[in-house]
Design a protein around this ligand. Structure first.
Ligand code: HEM
Length: 452
């Protein structure tokens, strides 16, 4: 469908309307219209469409307790995320967790390097990101078994995206004709609760004990700690366990697949273009000198070329080619087009970053485009040149964390290993739609330890 839309964009103009289901779905291709919608009229476009029947089951039956929520509930969750767990000062407090995960990743890669086998990088990146997000969520280093269980559930939810989506078309009919599939959906929800509720309870118990002991320790706030304290404003009650499971798994999912996909795309380009990898290694050497073990987080600030590589990766290969749909709360005129109240509206992230009016030779991977710019405004507050994290009120609240993860892991991966394509392999940049847009042929790399 995406190719189809892109084709229409050229022939039909900056906005395309499709009739999918009961409401019109509007797709905005034009950067200045997106700016007008999301920055100037932000409040009219900051709701999400009402949740579909299957998402209600995967989230919570009564409320849409996730990013599909709107009004005071959404504002509460958003504030909780941005002022507590994803606040820059809090992000700093997880640096020991990042180091722990880096060691796990490097150990696994070193074993591969020793054996001379090729590395299927995405598998390792996903595992590493999941360890990290699960730690931030539950405040504990989970065992390999626990991580594998969460990962398996995540993969089933992602792979079931299309299969379960079909159930929404005519639920009364599909409940009879596709009964088994509905049962699988309920089963998935139940299994997710079976895996995550014990973690939630363990954290709550630990929290209660800490309160009664009143002893200070090296405790770091976890996302579920904040959920345990939260109160729904309209109902004046705390969240129940099922609702906390929904928010916890959204937190983990939102930060895992997106970041590991972006990491794979960046590394694929560094393998494909060895001169860019060399350039990056030179910069790292200049900043840290020879002989250091790891690249520290404070060092990243002194690496403009690294930042440029990450930005170019996100521009050329945004993990999401659309944002999550927004809903229009009032009839609005946008660039001369009527956008009717209650329609769903989406913004074509990839097309905006590939606009030849802004980017010369847009499909080429050229990090140097970002060198020399003051600081590139990825939030699009003045002008949208690309929007891998969305823009406006619904912009990804994990933006700062994601950039830090990408910079930290790429710098260390390049510092520790030389990355090469397998003999005779061409790195193909063809895409495939999963939950994010992944590499159609996953990156298989040959790595050898550097003697820095
Ligand atoms: C490279 C990594 C990432 C990319 C490209 C990305 C991209 C996006 C995009 C495009 C949206 C939708 C914006 C919209 O609807 O207008 C979004 C929403 C969201 N992201 Fe991210 N994201 C990334 C990492 C993260 C991380 C690390 C977290 C935190 C754990 C996170 C949490 C969220 C949440 C909770 C939402 C929903 C926000 C809302 O509806 O208010 N993301 N992200």
């Amino acid at each position: 469908m995406e190719d189809n839309l892109r084709h229409h964009s050229r022939s039909l103009g900056p906005i395309v309307t499709l009739y999918i289901g009961r409401r019109p779905s509007i797709f905005v291709f034009d950067r200045s219209l997106a700016h007008q919608a999301l920055i100037q009229n932000g409040s009219l476009f900051s709701d999400r469409p009402k949740a579909l029947p299957t998402s209600k089951i995967l989230t919570s039956n009564q409320h849409s307790i996730n990013s599909a929520s709107y009004g005071p509930t959404w504002r509460l969750f958003r504030r909780n995320l941005t002022s507590e767990i994803l606040h820059p000062s809090r992000i700093k407090s997880y640096s020991h967790a990042r180091k722990w995960v880096l060691d796990i990743l490097i150990d696994a890669l070193q074993q591969k390097a020793k054996s001379g086998e090729s590395v299927e990088v995405l598998v390792h990146f996903r595992y590493a990101m999941l360890c990290l997000l699960a730690f931030m969520c539950f405040g504990d280093k989970l065992s390999q078994q626990q991580i594998k269980e969460i990962e398996a559930l995540q993969r089933r939810a992602v792979n079931g995206f299309g299969r379960f989506g079909v159930l929404n078309f005519w639920p009364r009919v599909t409940k009879i004709l596709l009964r088994k599939r509905w049962d699988q959906l309920f089963q998935l929800r139940k299994e997710r609760e079976d895996v995550l509720i014990p973690l939630l309870r363990a954290r709550k118990k630990g929290k209660d004990e800490r309160l009664s002991n009143k002893e200070s320790d090296d405790y770091v706030l976890a996302y579920v700690d904040t959920l345990l304290d939260l109160e729904l404003p309209e109902e004046k009650r705390k969240l129940d366990e099922a609702e906390m499971v929904t928010l916890a798994s959204e937190f983990i999912n939102a930060g895992t697949d997106t970041t590991s996909t972006a990491l794979q795309w960046v590394m694929a380009n560094l393998v494909k273009y060895p001169h860019i990898q060399e350039r990056l290694l030179d910069e790292i050497k200049q900043v840290v000198g020879d002989g250091v073990e790891d690249i520290k987080e404070e060092d990243l600030q002194k690496m403009p070329h690294l930042k440029a590589v990450i930005l170019e990766g996100l521009r050329r290969h945004p993990p999401a080619h659309f944002v999550v749909p927004h809903c229009v709360t009032e009839d609005t005129i946008l660039g001369g087009y009527l956008i009717p109240k209650n329609s769903n509206i989406n913004f074509m992230v990839a097309d905006m970053g590939w606009d030849p009016k802004v980017w010369e030779d847009p499909m080429a991977f050229k990090p140097e485009r970002f060198i020399g710019e003051e600081v590139f405004d990825i939030t699009g507050s003045r002008e949208i040149k690309m929007m891998p994290f969305g823009v406006g009120r619904r912009i990804c609240p994990g933006l700062g964390l994601a950039l830090l993860h990408l910079e930290y892991f790429v710098a260390n991966l390049i510092w520790k290993f030389e990355w090469k394509a397998m003999d005779g392999d061409e790195i193909s940049l063809e895409e495939k739609q999963e939950f994010t847009i992944v590499m159609k042929t996953p990156l298989m790399a040959h790595i050898s330890p550097r003697k820095c």
